[in-house]
Design a protein around this ligand. Structure first.
Ligand SMILES: CC(C)(COP(=O)([O-])OP(=O)([O-])OC[C@H]1O[C@@H](n2cnc3c(N)ncnc32)[C@H](O)[C@@H]1OP(=O)([O-])[O-])[C@@H](O)C(=O)NCCC(=O)NCCSC(=O)C[C@@](C)(O)CC(=O)[O-]
Ligand SMILES: NC(=O)C1=CN([C@@H]2O[C@H](COP(=O)(O)OP(=O)(O)OC[C@H]3O[C@@H](n4cnc5c(N)ncnc54)[C@H](O)[C@@H]3O)[C@@H](O)[C@H]2O)C=CC1
Length: 427
């Protein structure tokens, strides 16, 4: 999966300067000079490109990209770029992956690259008959869809299946057609939306009803990515730690209030890779949370168990509609550079790595929560932000952050007072 045979365990990576880290990543992923320059540039898209990406552009917002080390996915080492504004997210993935590296890292799979588009039909008095009339036109529907995107068909994708459901709504029964389309290396929203819009007049003529909505479903449950990993009890601090983590999982599984936070932690990692690669974070997040509620109650996206030999085994299954083409993936130069770091050549490979990151992220948060509490590790790293917000600059940032951590008071008011004291002492 990775383009490199080098190890993702890079000793001291987090103690290097940003320039040294970039050199190490460039060597690992065999980045060319242009890609290195793109990653090293302070602002990473010009306003001209930005103005073509969205509307009414006045500026761009830079988000840090950190690289997660220690990730071994399906037997190959990979460095994972993560775009996030939140401290400790990247560190947690590095730390979690480190603890399962020797037991094989992450094993992943995907269900496929199928997306669903919905066509909503209303105003039919005989929905059961309408449903069958639509199903009878399967071959014609396949041809209409495939004619919309000859390039996709040429690449081995296109229409795959048809489902017609009757949805009881407060406005009466709706006949909802699902077009199931293999969108290959594209996320596929625009692709399937075009198919749904093109098909709509035919559905009206076959049934006598009225079509309103023609749009993809973000519950991409035909595009699942899965990852699993095993952490030996001795690698994570013993059986008591393992059992605390299992209890944390049981809490999330049973209680939607806890599950929302547990899954937010998973999405810390998932969304960071989705964003770094120029993919649609909202599409993935909507799909993940809908999938977490698919059994009628919102619950954990991960599962945690104890194996026969006493190890902790984690697994995740999550819809991951991400692409290597389409949307911003191909046009944003930094997203392209991040894909080069990952060394993936298909959207399915990207989805598999993202699922592994989601599982690692969940491990890191649960372990911290079940042992020292989240504040120790998270606030130690967040102390830098608090120091900067208090006005620290240059070397003051690390010095002030260390004082806040030492005093166990990572707070704005303490930071302001300590900074004043530091400056008075230095004067
Ligand atoms: C923060 C750690 C990793 C410290 O953990 P630690 O055990 O104190 O770290 P350590 O200093 O002993 O270092 C161990 C390894 O961690 C990594 N590591 C350590 N420091 C760094 C760093 N600066 N940059 C990059 N990597 C780092 C690195 O791999 C390092 O190995 P080394 O390379 O030294 O051989 C740990 O406490 C942790 O994982 N905490 C969880 C953090 C977390 O989940 N943050 C997310 C934000 S909180 C949230 O939004 C979600 C939440 C928590 O609410 C979800 C939920 O409730 O489920
Ligand atoms: N509800 C949602 O999630 C919605 C999302 N969107 C947006 O749609 C965009 C993604 O739509 P796409 O259809 O993926 O983008 P797109 O229309 O830009 O690109 C997809 C096209 O690329 C071509 N292509 C070239 N090489 C390909 C390959 N290897 N595999 C597959 N196709 C290939 C195909 O013709 C395909 O139709 C994202 O920007 C997303 O934000 C749009 C509407 C709704």
């Amino acid at each position: 999966m990775s383009i490199s045979n080098l190890t993702s365990r890079i000793p001291g990576f987090h103690r290097m300067s940003t320039a040294e880290r970039l050199e190490a990543v460039a060597a690992f992923s065999d980045l060319d000079e242009t890609t290195r320059a793109q990653l090293a540039a302070p602002g990473n898209i010009d306003t001209h490109l930005a103005d073509h990406m969205i509307e009414n552009v006045v500026a761009t917002l830079s988000i840090p990209i950190g690289v997660a080390t220690n990730m071994r996915v399906d037997g190959k080492d990979v460095l994972v770029p993560m775009a996030t504004e939140e401290s400790s997210v990247v560190a947690a993935v590095c730390n979690s992956a480190r603890q399962c590296y020797d037991s094989g890292g992450f094993i992943t799979s995907v269900s496929g690259t199928l997306m669903i588009a919905q066509v909503q039909l209303v105003g039919v008095t005989d929905p059961e008959n309408a449903r069958l009339r639509i199903l009878e036109h399967r071959d014609e529907i396949a041809a209409i869809c495939d004619r919309c995107d000859p390039m996709l068909v040429q690449l081995g994708g296109g229409f795959r299946d048809l489902e017609v459901r009757i949805v009881d709504s407060r406005g009466g029964p709706m006949v909802v057609t699902h077009l199931i389309v293999d969108t290959r290396d594209a996320m596929g929203a625009n692709t399937v939306n075009t198919m749904a819009e093109t098909l709509a007049p035919s559905i009206e003529s076959w049934t006598g009803g009225k079509v309103f909505l023609r749009i993809l479903s973000n519950l991409a449950d035909r595009r699942l990515a899965r990852a699993r990993a095993t952490w030996p009890a001795e690698a994570i601090g013993g059986e008591a730690v393992r059992d605390g983590m299992i209890s944390a999982y049981h809490f999330a599984e049973a209680d939607p209030y806890r599950a929302a936070t547990h899954n937010k932690g998973i999405m810390n990692g998932v969304s960071a890779v989705v964003l770094a690669t120029g993919n649609d974070t909202r599409a993935v997040e909507a799909g993940a949370h809908a999938y977490a509620a698919r059994k009628g109650r919102y619950t954990s996206l991960t599962s945690w168990e104890v194996t026969a030999d006493g190890s902790l085994a984690g697994s995740i299954e999550i819809p991951l509609p991400v692409g290597l083409v389409g949307g911003a993936t191909k046009i944003h130069p930094t997203a392209r550079a991040c894909l080069k770091i990952l060394g993936v050549s298909t959207a399915a490979e990207l989805a598999r790595i993202i699922a592994a990151v989601g599982l690692a992220q969940n491990f890191g948060a649960m372990k911290a929560l079940a042992t020292t509490g989240i504040q120790k590790g998270h606030m130690a790293l967040h102390a830098n932000n608090v120091a900067i917000a208090a006005g620290a600059v240059g070397d003051e940032v690390a010095m002030l952050a260390a004082i806040l951590v030492e005093r166990r008071q990572v707070r704005q008011d303490v930071a302001t007072a300590e900074l004043e004291r530091m400056r008075a002492g230095a004067a």
